[in-house]
Design a protein around this ligand. Structure first.
Ligand SMILES: NC(=O)c1ccc[n+]([C@@H]2O[C@H](COP(=O)([O-])OP(=O)(O)OC[C@H]3O[C@@H](n4cnc5c(N)ncnc54)[C@H](OP(=O)(O)O)[C@@H]3O)[C@@H](O)[C@H]2O)c1
Length: 224
């Protein structure tokens, strides 16, 4: 498998470390070396950790290349018809706002927390997300995914401090009790490992745009 790595910054740099450590053939594309149809030829999977605004500029090119794409770029909206476009090109894309494999456990926990109002009165939800000061988007893509999974009214507070990789907390509060769910990324390697997991799985998927959580969930719930 030969990887085209788009972005070698804070997160893409950790993917690059894994590629080098595991002797996986790859090419790095960055602000100096832009991807083109010509220089993408011969790659089996694209992994992108570009910021969303830059990734958007390359989406048509990547579709035309027909190479399967794993993307962690955040701060962008997916066009409504994008799944159709990926299918028309007979290729596969996986996206995630958070490639941490542990985040899939959190997903299951949130699906349980959202049911609180069926047994408890006066439930309120609050969320806190903390990231490094260079993060461009707020609330984070992960916080928006949590809100989406929760599917309840929730206030999100964003803080930008030092070099914090990523902290997300969901608090369920009633006048008489409180439950807090916290996920903290301790090392950006978790995103790199998740992206590599996706790159290895992508060829087994049918054509279309796949959410990473859905791909992992199948594995997670296999035994149930
Ligand atoms: N889904 C997840 O699990 C996850 C986890 C962490 C971060 N993210 C997201 O990943 C994205 C990147 O974050 P980051 O902190 O790693 O960013 P970063 O450190 O700023 O790195 C950005 C990279 O983009 C490259 N770049 C800039 N302009 C370019 C262009 N026109 N063409 C090609 N490459 C270009 C830069 O090249 P140079 O090296 O030449 O400067 C750099 O390597 C963000 O959207 C972030 O929110 C997602």
């Amino acid at each position: 498998m030969k990887i085209a790595l788009l972005g070698k910054g804070k997160t893409g740099g950790r993917v690059l470390e894994l590629l080098v450590q595991n002797n996986i053939p790859h090419t790095v594309f960055d602000s100096e070396n832009h991807p083109t149809l010509e220089n993408l030829k011969g790659h089996d999977v694209v992994i992108s950790f570009l910021s969303g605004n830059i990734f958007k500029e390359y989406m048509t090119l990547l579709l035309d290349s027909k190479i399967p794409v794993v993307t962690g770029s955040t701060g962008m909206q997916w066009p409504a018809d994008f799944d159709k476009k990926v299918k028309e090109k007979n290729t596969k894309w996986i996206y995630a706002t958070n490639f941490s494999l542990g985040m899939n456990l959190v997903h299951q926990m949130i699906l349980i927390m959202k049911e609180a109002d069926s047994i408890i009165n006066n439930v309120q939800y609050n969320m806190l997300e903390v990231h490094h000061t260079k993060k461009l988007d707020a609330p984070s893509g992960t916080a928006l995914s949590w809100k989406n999974w929760l599917d309840r009214e929730v206030f999100i507070k964003s803080e930008r401090i030092g070099d914090v990789i990523g902290i997300h907390e969901l608090r369920l509060k009633t006048p008489v009790e409180e439950i807090t769910l916290k996920h903290e990324a301790l090392d950006r390697k978790i995103f790199a490992e998740g992206a590599m997991y996706a790159a290895n799985k992508i060829t087994t998927l049918p054509p279309g745009l796949h959410l990473f959580q859905d791909v992992v969930q199948k594995e997670l719930l296999k035994g149930r």
